[in-house]
Design a protein around this ligand. Structure first.
Ligand SMILES: [Zn+2]
Length: 278
């Protein structure tokens, strides 16, 4: 089977993006995998530190490997990992990619953290992603744009990538984690293009919940290779389960199934958009 690296390369050539969807449990996993299977596209399962603590790191890796054994191109990313130690644990557990998140630290500290993880990953089939520029940290509904949000300077990005040797780069280009009630900020498409030119490696767009379909299309055309969605999935999952609970069902496989269905709808819609499936 092709590796995640192969699929990213293919996405770049085809000018499409691979969907990255966060999950917390086996129901969320099912929703994402069934959605990707129905469209016959590769997909990345994302687990943040909190999410992987809940489902279990080894457990989610096992679920992903089982899906792959069944012929499905499903990959697992250890999303926002705030310490080198935890990144190493994730690599040892067999993830396909890991994000070392030092975006809130100084440039030098961020470089040092990413460099150490890249060194640890050497010789292993795992991609290392890092980010420069701050886009907030929570996947929920926000009243306003989080404080301290910045945009990545292309020259800094170039330097950062050269110094760290990372495989994937997550820039701050008007994207924010979570969804902003007062209006989602616009993506800076020109900045994406400029960064991609100097970066020389694939770009990952985080915090894409709440951005319009048109903006996402432009971002993909500007050569974004992976797109992260979390908040919109959480909302759909919760609303589905609430409906299931209101029905009076007590069997979890019945009331949770509605959550899976709602989440699946969002994943299918996003995957069609990212993969340019009409
Ligand atoms: Zn993110």
């Amino acid at each position: 089977m092709k590796t995640l690296r192969d699929y990213i390369k293919e996405a770049e050539e085809k000018k499409i993006a691979i969907g990255h969807f966060n999950i917390s449990d086996s129901e969320g996993f099912r929703a994402v995998v069934e959605a990707a299977k129905s469209l016959n596209v590769p997909v990345i399962i994302g687990v943040s530190e909190g999410e992987r603590d809940f489902i279990g790191l080894q457990e989610i890796v096992a679920l992903v490997l089982t899906a792959r054994e069944n012929g499905l191109p499903v990959f697992i990313n250890a999303d926002h990992t705030y310490s080198v130690e935890k990144a190493k644990v994730a690599i040892d557990a067999g993830v396909d990619s890991v994000i070392i998140d030092g975006a809130n630290k100084s440039f030098e500290e961020n470089v040092a953290m990413a460099k150490e993880v890249v060194g640890y990953a050497k010789g292993k089939e795992v991609l290392v992603e890092a980010e420069l520029g701050f886009i907030g940290q929570s996947s929920k509904m926000l009243d306003t744009v989080p404080e301290g949000v910045t945009e990545t300077n292309p020259e800094d990005a170039k330097l950062f990538i050269e110094q760290t040797g990372i495989d994937l780069f997550a820039p701050a280009v008007g994207n924010v984690h979570g969804m902003v009630k007062s209006g989602e900020p616009k993506l800076n498409i020109e900045l994406i293009k400029r960064i991609r030119e100097v970066a020389g490696i694939p770009l990952v767009l985080h915090g894409a919940s709440g951005n319009s379909a048109d903006e996402i299309r432009e971002a993909v055309d500007a050569s974004i290779s992976i797109i992260h969605i979390n908040t919109e999935l959480r909302i759909a999952y919760k609303e589905g389960i609430e409906e299931g609970l209101r029905s009076g069902e007590i069997a979890p496989y019945k009331f949770l199934a509605l959550g899976v269905e709602e989440m699946k709808k969002v994943v299918i819609e996003k995957l069609k958009l990212f993969n340019k499936i009409i």
